[in-house]
Design a protein around this ligand. Structure first.
Ligand code: DX5
Ligand code: ZN
Length: 223
């Protein structure tokens, strides 16, 4: 399965999002990762559906919307209408995950479950067959630029094994602290969507950084 690079605009200049997205796309971005934070589920605040709608107008690649919010059910339709192609909700934030995942799919959007670093793989047992993707947080959600938690590598392996056992081809997305030093390792562990904020938009040249991350991710893994 080929690797997809999903630059996270959380680390971009919010006054120049169009330019940031265009640069990442020139570098070969496959998706644009959009982090939605509500100041409750995570301590930080970011943006809502109107900004996503504007991003959708300028982006040429699909939008991967990561909801780090309480009560995501209230906003799923608005994000779908704003142009999300993929929506991930945190298993820690929803009491009726099965219902939420079905609701996302009914809107014609790919549905994923996101796991915080401390959430065990077993949280996916009863929902794995319904998921279009799994998002593994490799930092505690809320901020860009944090250090990759090493244990995430074995967690990715366990989730890939679980998906394979159940006959699911759902991709694993890894999010947090991904850079040139660990990209190949997470791909070897089984991740095929790499989210990267700081290592792309924290550099002076997001186009080049996107290209470099793909090269690093596919080097040793040979994919
Ligand atoms: C963190 C967000 C990430 C963040 C990743 O809560 O979910 O998507 O933008 O940023 P980096 O790559 O800087 O860790
Ligand atoms: Zn994210």
């Amino acid at each position: 399965m080929s690797v997809r690079i999903a630059p996270s605009i959380l680390s971009a200049d919010f006054a120049a999002l169009g330019e940031a997205i265009a640069a990442a796309e020139r570098g070969g971005a496959d998706l644009i990762h959009v982090d939605i934070m509500d100041g409750h589920f995570v301590p930080n605040l970011t943006m809502g559906p109107p900004v996503v709608r504007s991003i959708h107008k300028v982006a040429r690649v699909p939008l991967d919307v990561h909801l780090m919010i309480e009560e995501p059910d209230r906003y799923i339709e608005a994000f779908a209408e704003a142009g999300a192609a993929m929506i991930s909700v945190h298993v820690e934030a929803v009491p009726h995950l099965h219902r939420t995942i079905q609701a996302i799919k009914e809107l014609g959007v790919k549905a994923g479950a996101a796991l915080n670093p401390s959430t065990p793989v077993g949280a996916l047992d009863e929902i794995v067959d319904d998921l279009d993707h799994v998002l593994v947080m490799s930092v505690n959600p809320g901020f860009g630029g944090q250090t990759f938690i090493q244990r995430s590598e074995s967690k990715i392996k366990s989730i890939r094994a679980l998906l394979d056992r159940r006959g699911s081809a759902a991709p694993i997305e890894v999010d947090g602290g991904i850079d040139l030093s660990n990209a190949a390792r997470v791909v070897e562990a089984g991740a095929t969507i790499l989210v990267a904020g700081n290592s792309i938009f924290g550099t002076g040249d997001p186009e080049r950084a996107t290209r470099a991350l793909r090269a690093a991710a596919t080097l040793r893994a040979g994919v």
